[in-house]
Design a protein around this ligand. Sequence first.
Ligand code: DX5
Ligand code: ZN
Length: 216
Amino acid sequence: MKKPSIAPSLLAADFGNLQRDVEMVNASEAEYHHIDVMDGVFVPNISYGMPVVKAIQKSATKPLDVHLMIVDPDRYIEEFANLGASILTVHYEACTHLHRTLQAIKAHGMKAGVALNPHTNIMLLEDTIQDIDVVLIMSVNPGFGGQSFIEHTYEKVKALKALIQRKNSSALIEIDGGVTTANSQKLVDAGADILVAGSFVFKSTDPIKTIKELKG
Ligand code: DX5
Ligand code: ZN
């Protein structure tokens, strides 16, 4: 069985020891550093902005998986490219011209991701799935770490996998929110390629071991 890639979410890191926590991810079996940027408008929370992303980038040795929970994300595509983002994910619900946004992300040398809120149907990606590198399925309502996993996510992942195959797309499926070892294997069986985990990793007594366990 294929093992998932793991993207620990630094939202759950100890910001007073950010470099130490980034280095923990460097030393682990994780594939990405997941970076959650929230603007207090698209979601009811503000996380961190460019100076913090820059500080993470300085110590990070793995690709940066940047998840923008902000309105009008086109304004910052160039800045995130300059900060070294590998994947730049925007929310479907925040993009009036999603196709144009995806092209702009790719033109800046990044992989283009689209995130879907729990209420957003995967069929809305039918006309763009061939232009998408990563689909991020939110398995909680975005804005906060530490929430409980929404069980309907499995059905959504299966439907998305079918759409990707039907359309001959190479898009990867990423799951974000409430991911633990209680649901990781079931998510992979449903078709998930990348698992984001914040609290489950950073609040555990041995984060490196927890990351290994999430891989299965
Ligand atoms: C939530 C963020 C997630 C969050 C996940 O809006 O997009 O990446 O950090 O945290 P956990 O794993 O604690 O649900
Ligand atoms: Zn996220």
